[in-house]
Design a protein. Structure first.
Lengths: 90, 440
C-alpha cells in the first residue's frame, strides 16, 4: 500500500483540534464542571493524537502512524461511549 | 488490523448513540444536539473507512475526510453546551437551596444597607414584621431598641465588624420584652458602603417560660421542704407518744404505790427524753446537722433497759443480752434511745401476751449489731417490702407509719444499716448495724 498524498485539510483539522485543546485548557475551571470530565479530556487527547498521526504519517513511518491514527479515533469513540455509559449510570 | 479499529469505533459510537438517545440520559436537550451531530460524524467516519476497506468505496472516505473538518467544531459546541447546562443546573440548585434556607430559617434575618434600610429579609422576619422591604429598620421594629441602634451605627460606621447583644425594654403597658440580636457587617460589590446582616430574635416568651419554670421549681422545693418538716414533726410526735406511754405505765405503777421511787425516776427519764426530742425538733427546723459524740452502746442499753420494761408492761418480758465490754460508736444517745424504744414497742405490739422481747447487743464483723426480736406472728414478704415506706402501718388507726422511717433515718445518720428478718409464724428480728468508732 503506497503513501496517500498529503492534504492541506488534514493540517486544518489538526489546527482546529489544537484550538479545541487550547480552549479547553483556558476554560478548564468550567470544563471541570462537566461530570466525568476526565473521560472527555482523554477523548479530546485521542482526537488530537489521531490528527497528529494523520499529518505525520505522510513524512515518516507511514504504517506505524496510520495504525496510531485509526487506533486513536477508535479510542476517541470508545471513551465517548464510556462517558455516556458512566453518566447514565451515575 | 486497521479495519478492526474502525469496526470497534463504529460499535462504540452506535452504543453511545443509543445511550444518549434514552430519556434517562442526564444531559439537557440543547447539549444533546451537538453530541448527536458529533456521534453521527464519528459513526460516518468509521463506516466510511469500513466501506473503503471491504468495497473500496473511495467516495465515502472522501466525504468523511471533508466532514472531519467539523469534528473539532462539534466537540467545542458540545463542550460549551454541556458545561453551560451544568453550570445553569448548579446555579439553579444553589438558588433553590438559598431560597429554601431563607424560607425555612427559624430566625428573623435581615440585610440592611448603609442607611439601615432593609434590602432583603427572611420569611420569619416577614411574618414577624410585615411589609419590611425597603423601609428603615427603626420604622419596622415595634419598639425602640437603643442598644441595637447604637451597635448598628458602630457596625456600619466604625471598625466593628460584628457584635451581639441582648436588650430588655419596658413597654407602655409595663410589660418587659426581651430581644437578642447578632450583627455582622457585609460588603456588597454593587454598593459603595457596606451594609449589615442582622439576626433579631424576641426571647420574651422563652425568658418568661424559664422564669415561670424556675419559680415552679423553687415552689416545689419549698413544698418538698415543708413536707419533709411535716414528716419530721410527725415522726417526733410519734416518738413523743411512745414517751407518753412510758409515763402512763409508770403512772399506773405509782397509783399502786409500789416501787414509787423507781417509777418516779423512770417518769423523770422519759420526760427528759421527751424534752430532748422537742429540742431536736426545734433544731431540725433550722438545720439538719446532727451532733454525734462518742457513745458506749452497752451503757446506753443498760440505761434504757428500765424504760423499756415499763413500756412493755407486765404482759411482756424483756430479755437483754449485751457484752461485758464497752461497745463504742460515734452517735446520738437520744436518737438511738428513741430508735430502740420504737423497735421494742413495735415488737410488743406484734407479740402475743406473755411473749418475750429480745434485745441483743453484740459486735460482729467490725460493727455494733443491735437486734430487737419478738416471737410474734412474723410478716409476709410483701409487708416486709413496704416496712420502711412513710405512712405504711399494720396497726390500723393506732399507727402512724413513721416509726420505722424514723429508725431508718437515725441509723442512716449514724452511717449504719437496718435490716429485717421475718417469717410468718416465727417472729421478726430487726437488726441495726452501726460502725464502731476507732477506739473500739
Amino acid at each position: 500500500m503506497g503513501t496517500p498524498p498529503f492534504e492541506e485539510r488534514e493540517v486544518a483539522v489538526l489546527v482546529g483540534a489544537l484550538l479545541l485543546v487550547g480552549c479547553t485548557v483556558y476554560f478548564f475551571r468550567d470544563f471541570k464542571r462537566v461530570p466525568r470530565w476526565q473521560l472527555l479530556g482523554l477523548a479530546i487527547s485521542s482526537l488530537v493524537l489521531g490528527n497528529i498521526a494523520t499529518v505525520v504519517e505522510h513524512f515518516v513511518a507511514f504504517s506505524v502512524f496510520n495504525h496510531v491514527e485509526h487506533a486513536s479515533y477508535a479510542l476517541q469513540s470508545l471513551l465517548l461511549a464510556t462517558w455516556a455509559y458512566k453518566l447514565q449510570r451515575a | 488490523m486497521i479495519v478492526h479499529f474502525e469496526i470497534l469505533g463504529f460499535l462504540a459510537v452506535t452504543s453511545a448513540f443509543y445511550i444518549v438517545s434514552r430519556k434517562r440520559f442526564p444531559v439537557p436537550q440543547q447539549a444533546r444536539l451537538p453530541l448527536y451531530l458529533l456521534l453521527s460524524l464519528l459513526a460516518f467516519d468509521h463506516a466510511a473507512n469500513i466501506l473503503e476497506h471491504f468495497w473500496h468505496a473511495m467516495w465515502a472516505d472522501s466525504i468523511a475526510d471533508d466532514l472531519s473538518l467539523a469534528t473539532p467544531l462539534l466537540w467545542a459546541l458540545f463542550l460549551v453546551e454541556i458545561a453551560r447546562s451544568h453550570l445553569s443546573r448548579q446555579v439553579a440548585g444553589q438558588s433553590e437551596q438559598l431560597s429554601f434556607l431563607i424560607e425555612r430559617v427559624p430566625a428573623s434575618v435581615a440585610w440592611l444597607d448603609s442607611e439601615q434600610r432593609l434590602l432583603a429579609v427572611s420569611r420569619t422576619w416577614e411574618k414577624t414584621f410585615p411589609e419590611s422591604n425597603g423601609r428603615l429598620l427603626s420604622a419596622v421594629l415595634p419598639i425602640s431598641l437603643p442598644k441595637l441602634a447604637q451597635a448598628l451605627g458602630d457596625c456600619l460606621g466604625a471598625d466593628v465588624t460584628e457584635s451581639q447583644g441582648e436588650e430588655q425594654v419596658r413597654t407602655a403597658n409595663q410589660r418587659n420584652r426581651y430581644f437578642r440580636w447578632s450583627l455582622r457587617r457585609v460588603s456588597d460589590p454593587e454598593r459603595e458602603r457596606p451594609g449589615a446582616l442582622l439576626i433579631l430574635e424576641e426571647t420574651t416568651d422563652a425568658i418568661e417560660a424559664e422564669t415561670a419554670r424556675t419559680a415552679a421549681v423553687e415552689e416545689l422545693a419549698r413544698a418538698q421542704r415543708a413536707a419533709d418538716l411535716g414528716q419530721l414533726a410527725a415522726g417526733a410526735a410519734h416518738d413523743l407518744n411512745n414517751m407518753l406511754q412510758v409515763i402512763s405505765s409508770a403512772n399506773e405503777e405509782l397509783l399502786e404505790i409500789r416501787e414509787a421511787e423507781l417509777a418516779s425516776r423512770e417518769i423523770r427519764q422519759a420526760l427528759d427524753s421527751a424534752s430532748a426530742m422537742t429540742r431536736t425538733l426545734l433544731r431540725l427546723g433550722a438545720s439538719s446537722t446532727q451532733s454525734l459524740a462518742r457513745l458506749d452502746l452497752t451503757a446506753l442499753v443498760t440505761q434504757v433497759e428500765g424504760m423499756l420494761k415499763i413500756a412493755l408492761g407486765r404482759k411482756h418480758t424483756l430479755v437483754v443480752k449485751k457484752p461485758s465490754t464497752k461497745v463504742m460508736i460515734s452517735g446520738d444517745a437520744t436518737r438511738l434511745e428513741h430508735a430502740i424504744l420504737n423497735l421494742v414497742v413495735n415488737a410488743r405490739d406484734a407479740s402475743p401476751a406473755g411473749g418475750p422481747i429480745h434485745l441483743v447487743l453484740a459486735i460482729t464483723n467490725g460493727v455494733a449489731l443491735l437486734t430487737v426480736k419478738d416471737e410474734g406472728e412474723g410478716m409476709p414478704q410483701d409487708i416486709q417490702a413496704q416496712l420502711f415506706r412513710p405512712f405504711f402501718t399494720t396497726k390500723g388507726p393506732r399507727g402512724t407509719g413513721l416509726g420505722l422511717v424514723s429508725v431508718r433515718n437515725t441509723v442512716s445518720q449514724h452511717g449504719g444499716t437496718i435490716s429485717v428478718e421475718s417469717l410468718p409464724g416465727a417472729g421478726s428480728a430487726f437488726e441495726l448495724r452501726i460502725p464502731l468508732s476507732l477506739e473500739s
